[in-house]
Design a protein around this ligand. Structure first.
Ligand code: PLP
Length: 390
């Protein structure tokens, strides 16, 4: 064998039987082969398991899919290159021309865009309500056949809580699927409710480090089986190396989530008693209008704390610029704390009534709490609140 051939066929190193890597290797390969053409053909006929092409399946991404399915309490999962990729592919796969979808004003802006603009171009109709408007949901579901109800909880950015038992009961009775974007609550929450499909941005709590993007849809096998071919054809798959980074991030998911929630609770308490603050939105506070519902549905209340500053936009600008430990950046669930102002929240697609429903005011600030020392974060927030006053 010439050396130019050898470099393309390097020596194979395989672990002997009974010898295992403690951390699963990254299958950074697009192609897999079987030993013979006969076994390749058997695989293609679906008669034997295996891997052939990474866009269809890869052991590293498969490990991530199986772990996420187990964490969320469902049978199967498909991972994608981003959270919005998972949402887009799920919506495209589940709907067809003439279908009707129920969604809510308090939804991630890019998801609103997908439902209103993109699906709209393919003849999918929608009705957009406020997430607390259960009577409206009942009325709309009674008025026309509906393919699916898409919702979030807690909502972005002002942490409204969807009544999951009521929403899923109404949808089930009307023969509509429920799709829940569970990114804010995380993988260990809401699994015991009658939700058909969960979608997640893995960019947030799963990665934890804020250095990799990914998304997932998690559901019972029957639903995922029907989606697999469409997802592979749409092609927004997760790269094995990104899957590996997310698997690594998940190892610290529970300790990060709990530490971030504990700090978020302390910051919410500080804000709740501060004269410069009009209103705090944190489901863990007893003063949150839906605290009882949140406490029934959730084990942890999340790391997003939003609030309305007295003094509106000018006060918000002073506050955001005065913070030192919070990066002025989108996203959440990272190790670093982040701050977002109304200009960064989207919402220009909403009419004035919908903007009122969204609950975002000129003085609304969203904090995402990271893993810094809580005392340092409290001091930074207290100092920025003083700066906002002047
Ligand atoms: C970030 C986010 C998304 C989109 O996820 P990406 O990974 O950024 O594509 C969707 N829904 C919610 C609630 C999010 O916070």
């Amino acid at each position: 064998m010439k050396k130019s051939t050898r470099v393309n066929h390097p020596p194979a190193v395989e672990l002997p039987a009974g010898n295992h890597a403690v951390v699963a290797p990254i299958y950074q390969t697009v192609k897999f082969e079987f030993d013979t053409l006969a076994t390749t053909e058997a695989f293609l006929r679906g008669e034997r398991p295996g891997f052939l092409y990474t866009r269809a399946s890869n052991p590293t991404t498969r490990q991530l899919e199986q772990l996420l399915a187990e964490l969320q309490g469902r049978e199967d999962c498909l991972v994608t290159a981003s959270g919005i990729g998972a949402i887009a592919q799920t919506l495209l796969t589940l709907t067809g021309q003439g279908d009707h979808v129920v969604c809510f004003v308090e939804t991630y802006p890019a998801t609103r865009y997908l439902i209103r603009r993109l699906l709209g171009r393919f003849g999918v109709r929608h009705t957009m309500l406020g997430v607390e408007d259960l009577a409206g949901v009942e009325r709309v579901l009674a008025a026309q056949p509906t393919r699916l109800v898409f919702f979030e909880s807690p909502t972005n950015p002002i942490t409204r809580i969807a009544d999951i038992a009521a929403l899923t009961r109404l949808a089930r009775a009307a023969g509509a699927l429920t799709v829940m974007d569970n990114t804010f609550a995380g993988f260990h929450q809401h699994g015991d409710y009658d939700i058909d499909l969960f979608v997640h941005s893995l960019t947030k709590y799963a990665s934890g480090a804020g250095d990799v993007m990914g998304g997932a849809v998690i559901a019972r096998s029957e639903l995922i089986r029907g989606m697999r071919t469409d997802f592979s054809a749409l092609g927004g798959v997760l790269d094995p190396h990104a899957a590996y980074l997310i698997l690594r991030g998940l190892k610290t998911y529970f300790v990060r989530y709990q530490a971030q929630c504990a700090s978020a609770g302390q910051i919410a308490q500080l804000l709740a008693t501060h004269p410069q603050v009009e209103r705090v939105h944190y489901p863990g506070l007893a003063t949150h209008p839906q605290h009882q519902l949140a406490a029934r549905q959730m084990r942890d209340f999340g790391s997003i704390v939003s609030f309305d500053l007295k003094g509106g936009e000018p006060a918000g600008r002073r506050f955001a610029d005065a913070l030192e430990l919070f990066a002025l950046a989108a996203s959440l669930g990272s190790t670093e704390s982040l701050v977002v102002t109304p200009a960064m929240m989207g919402g220009r697609d909403l009419d004035p009534a919908q903007q009122r429903t969204s609950g975002i005011s000129a003085g609304t600030i969203r904090l995402s709490i990271g893993l810094e020392d809580p005392q340092d974060l409290l001091a930074d927030v207290a100092r920025a609140l003083e700066a906002a006053r002047s």
